[in-house]
Design a protein around this ligand. Structure first.
Ligand code: ZN
Length: 431
């Protein structure tokens, strides 16, 4: 039976005091939209463990903000004259927005969203909390490393003035410049708006973790900024490709911790219909026959970041599917996921992370090759069987030359028994 109606919006509008507001702190039982085994998002009772205010959706993982306006415009003088990342972020934010106000109906101790936006926001918060939990538990990242709650702009007006005068739609993104998530209004993607798709929310959360670890939390990552000013920019192209591929890989990892189990096709529920269905197909991690091509490798090595834009997903998917297969075949999925997170940053000179390697080659990005970047992952895999599986899949699908991974004393990354699989044709050009 429906008992208590808690509608913060209505009470505020009428000037009434909230006389019997519930205890809004964590843990709180709410109904959110969760994927069931039929591929549908249906109401399911979940517990939010990190929320401190269920009405404004504020907690240790995320802090929701509504009504913001964010404009990126190359003609904007405020942006041109900003001298610090903070000033730049402030100049982007034309309207700061306000706390969101979720509305619920309480039924037997469970809060049921009372309107569409509350369903959407609670489900997004739950997705962010699941991703946080994955990186803490599987990724072994200490709580303190996550820094402050991530400001999450809900349905902001996000204008990329150089591209389109109208606000962007149908996207969810981690915007490192503002250290924030943006959950944009939807237009075409109504079947499962991106805020509802926990896999997509986890993909964005993974970008946040990659930024914190590989880029040391910099709003304008030093390596990426410097490397992308030259053409070609192979190091920048590889950093971006790893960022995208590993975001899909970890998003897949979060799906394995749900009642419906691992879902390598998590994009499918949002990008099901034309013209978006090709995204779901292109990023399906369980497709085991993807291969680096001569053409793609030439582009990776010879294009600047702008020209390469879009192909970081293709290269990233090759990496993600290679890791997916290695983890599955060795029966060590979570062990490998933890090793991948450990590879982001490691100050041990014997096992340098992506951050340390990219900083080491700051002035010679050509040395930050696929083999070097993949090497950061390989050195963090300790189990010999799993290490060999990772090496074999990377040599096969990414076509990393064997002699860049195997051999003593250098490079000494992969065991001598490693041999590329035979799924992909061997490339003839130089790597
Ligand atoms: Zn992404």
């Amino acid at each position: 039976m429906l008992r208590t109606v808690i509608t913060a919006t209505a009470t505020a509008a009428l000037g009434l005091a909230v006389g019997c507001a519930p205890d809004t702190g964590a843990p709180v039982k709410v109904s959110a939209l969760v994927l069931n085994s039929n591929g549908e998002y249906v109401p399911q009772e979940v517990e939010l463990k990190t929320v401190s205010d269920i009405i404004s959706l504020n907690g240790s993982v995320a802090d929701f903000r509504g009504g913001a306006r964010i404009v990126l415009d190359s003609e904007d003088q405020d942006l041109a004259t900003a001298t610090t990342p903070e000033a730049f972020a402030n100049a982007l934010l034309k309207e700061k927005g306000h706390d969101v106000k979720a509305s619920y109906i309480e039924q037997d101790g469970v809060l049921w969203p009372a309107d569409f936006h509350t369903w959407n926001m609670v489900t997004a918060y739950h997705g962010l909390e699941r991703a946080f939990d994955y990186f803490q538990t599987v990724g072994n990242i200490p709580s303190a490393d996550f820094k402050k709650p991530v400001t999450t702009y809900y349905f902001p007006e996000f204008v990329l003035a150089d591209v389109d005068k109208d606000p962007q739609r149908d996207n969810a993104l981690y915007f490192s410049v503002m250290e924030s998530f943006l959950v944009l209004p939807f237009d075409q993607l109504q079947r499962a708006p991106l805020a509802i798709n926990a896999g997509i929310i986890a993909h964005e959360y993974s970008h946040r973790v990659y930024n914190l670890k590989v880029y040391n939390g910099q709003a304008f990552p030093q390596t990426l900024s410097l490397w992308s000013t030259s053409t070609p920019s192979p190091g920048a192209n590889i950093l971006k490709s790893f960022d995208e591929g590993l975001a899909d890989y970890h998003a897949y990892g979060t799906t394995c911790r749900t009642t419906t189990g691992c879902d390598p096709r998590f994009f499918n529920t949002s990008f099901h219909d034309d013209p978006y269905d090709d995204i779901a197909t292109a990023r399906d991690l369980s497709n085991t026959s993807r291969c680096m091509t001569d053409n793609l490798r030439t582009q990776l090595n010879n294009q600047g970041l702008g020209e390469f834009s879009g192909k970081e997903y293709t290269v990233g998917t090759l990496l993600a599917t290679a890791l997916y297969q290695a983890g599955q075949n060795a029966g060590q999925r979570e062990v490998l996921m933890r090793a991948v997170v450990a590879a982001y940053s490691d100050t041990n000179p014997q096992t340098p992370g992506l951050r340390q390697l990219s900083e080491q080659y700051l002035n010679e990005q050509g040395k930050f090759t696929l083999a070097v970047a993949a090497g950061a992952i390989i050195t963090h895999v300790t189990d010999p069987k799993l290490k060999e599986a990772v090496c074999n899949e990377l040599m096969d699908h990414l076509q990393i030359p064997r002699d860049e991974l195997v051999g003593t004393p250098n490079p000494n990354l992969c065991p001598p028994s490693s041999l590329p699989g035979t799924t992909c044709p061997t490339l003839t050009t130089e790597g």
